[in-house]
Design a protein around this ligand. Structure first.
Ligand SMILES: [Zn+2]
Length: 317
């Protein structure tokens, strides 16, 4: 299997989509002795320092998702919680349970002293197995989708979760709704030996990154890259190459990383979207990627796909 550079990718689970649509299989599997549940509460996974089933505890201060059997949770807790199927790993089934409707899960669901609910973004920069992190991203994104799509977009009635989390069916008009992923293009514009980075007002002081934006309807990835570069920085694009992508569970996007060859170094910033921006030389970007203290700017850390786009430009010439 390939190992991709972006975190939240490299999910080790087999999603067995042909099985999750079979209610009998789900019913049998959910109560099997070795089936495990990852717990979430209001977007945060429950993690502990006990050895993870995928990773063991190979790193100091390693975090792993705490894994529970279904019967760990009382029936009254399960009845108000959302349960989704994640996939199989070495024959073991992984599910996730969203305890968001329980106001105090540590005490009410018996989790006290077993670990903590952690912010997924914060967790991603700590010691955690990349495969386990990808599983948590998968669960978070699908819970986010369900939590923001409780009502039918055709008739407005309430809908119900089906196929172990991979569908919603309207209780009134029977319309089927499927989990969506929002595509976002993120691109490094290059011209000869230089690449363009910009900064938004919300960035920490000194940080510059690749520009990004949502893909619109009726638009290819290449066209979205060209449009965003033109709108945000007045850069005219000659050619677009795909680099890599990153599942991004904030709330349920797919970041599509591209390199865009520009026609020239001409640019004109959209000052509402971009606070500052300029062309950087490969040598300047190398210093920033390597964390040189003399660099007068910095780039996003390795958890961000922008980091890998810049790194690719620095080292692959
Ligand atoms: Zn409906």
């Amino acid at each position: 299997m390939n190992v991709y550079p972006n975190i939240f990718s490299n999910n080790p689970l087999d999603r067995v989509s042909y099985l999750r649509s079979k209610p009998e299989w789900i019913k049998e599997t959910i109560v099997k002795e070795d089936t495990v549940f990852v717990a979430f509460w209001r977007g945060k996974p429950f993690v502990s320092n006990v050895p993870g089933l995928i990773s063991g505890n190979s790193l100091p201060d390693q975090h792993s998702p705490a894994l529970f059997p279904l019967n760990f949770f009382e029936e009254k807790i399960i009845n108000v919680s959302m349960v989704i199927f994640l996939g199989l790993l070495n024959g073991k089934a992984y599910f996730s349970i969203d305890l968001s409707r329980v106001s105090d899960p540590e005490n009410e669901a018996g989790l006290k002293d077993l670990g903590t609910f952690e912010d997924l973004m914060a967790l991603s920069s700590q010691a955690i197995d990349p495969g386990e992190l990808a599983i948590l991203g998968q669960a978070k994104a699908i819970f986010e989708w369900h939590n923001s799509h409780k009502f039918c977009s055709r008739c407005g009635s309430e809908s119900s979760l089906a196929e172990a989390g991979y569908k919603r069916i309207c209780n009134e008009c029977n319309s089927e709704h499927f989990p969506r992923t929002d595509p976002v293009v993120i691109m490094l514009a290059t011209y000869n030996d230089r690449a363009f980075l910009g900064r938004q007002k919300r960035f920490p002081p000194g940080m510059y990154s690749a520009l990004a934006g949502f893909v619109e309807h009726g638009e290819s990835i290449e066209e979205a890259v060209a449009r965003e570069l033109n709108e945000e920085a007045g850069i005219s694009t000659k050619d677009v190459y795909y680099h890599s992508s990153q599942p991004w569970a904030f709330p349920f996007s797919l970041m599509i990383g591209c390199i865009a060859e520009a026609n020239s170094e001409n640019f004109k910033l959209d000052e509402i979207e971009i606070d500052e921006g300029r062309w950087f030389s490969r040598a300047e970007l190398k210093d920033a990627i390597e964390g040189d203290k003399n660099s007068n700017f910095f780039v996003p850390p390795s958890m961000a796909i922008a980091h890998h786009l810049i790194k690719n430009f620095v080292y692959n010439k």
